[in-house]
Ligand binder design. Structure first.
Ligand code: BTN
Length: 238
């Protein structure tokens, strides 16, 4: 696979989406030292400094079902890095309730492709140190304060982090394409940051978190019964 390093760009996800729009559907990993308009989920900004690893992996994919891809990606990264890293449904990596990394997955149609095949851009931002800028981001998110990977692995460099993550990630994405998120369910459960918590989703519904269902949706026991949440933002009720 081609790995491209770039010193600065608006957003590695935006760049791979632009390339796809221009007909370039290569399998590529684009790594940036700096992003001037890094993007997070739900239209948020991803703010970072020089102590972060930011990259996007672009590749054509044709899974029977896309749901759970972010969980499989999260499990893969966590397993490559450290036993204490937890996954917070659907797209964050946490350590002790603090945000270590975020995942932004976007897909676009491939012209002339077979049914079900799309170009996926899987963007990952990992704090090596807890950045100042991310404090503002966390405040915006009204969620987890940031934490850096170096709390767990002192002095780890961005290059080493990428080396540890990338090949297993590509392999796991291929497994996901064939078998869905089921092969990751057991590892996910061990690393599930929401286990045992009362949570609230962005639509306002609150309840007891019961885990992730077969299709990657979040199961919530509410006053009015069991609900499966597909892609809302989740906050922890304290
Ligand atoms: C989130 O926490 O909401 C997701 C953050 C994803 C950030 C990464 S950094 C590399 C890639 N390029 C972007 O603009 N965003 C992702």
């Amino acid at each position: 696979m081609q790995i491209e390093f770039i010193s600065s760009i608006d957003s590695t996800n935006s760049e791979l989406m632009r390339r796809a729009a221009a007909g370039d559907y290569s399998t590529v990993c684009l790594v940036a030292k700096a992003q001037t308009a890094g993007r997070g989920r739900l239209g948020r900004a991803w703010l970072s400094d020089e102590h972060s690893l930011m990259f996007s992996l672009g590749l054509p994919l044709a899974p029977a079902n896309w749901s759970g891809l972010s969980l499989a990606v999260g499990v893969s990264i966590a397993e490559s890095l450290h036993p204490s890293i937890q996954i917070k449904w659907p797209n964050d990596l946490w350590v002790d309730g603090q945000k270590l990394a975020g995942i932004l997955i976007e897909t676009t149609a491939i012209k002339g492709a077979s049914v079900g095949e799309r170009y996926a851009v899987i963007g990952i931002g990992i704090n090596l140190e807890a950045p100042q800028a991310a404090t503002a981001q966390a405040a915006l998110d009204a969620k987890a304060a940031p934490i850096g990977l170096r709390k767990l692995i002192p002095n780890i460099k961005a290059e080493t982090t990428l080396e540890r993550i990338l090949q297993p990630l590509v392999d796991n994405i291929k497994i996901f394409e064939q078998h869905g998120w089921k092969p990751y369910a057991a590892s996910f459960t061990k690393r599930d940051a929401l286990q045992g918590l009362s949570i609230k989703v962005s639509s306002g519904v609150a309840g007891q978190y019961l885990g992730i269902g077969e299709t990657g949706g979040l199961m919530l026991q509410t006053d009015t019964g069991l609900q499966t949440i597909i892609s809302h933002e989740v906050s922890v009720c304290r």
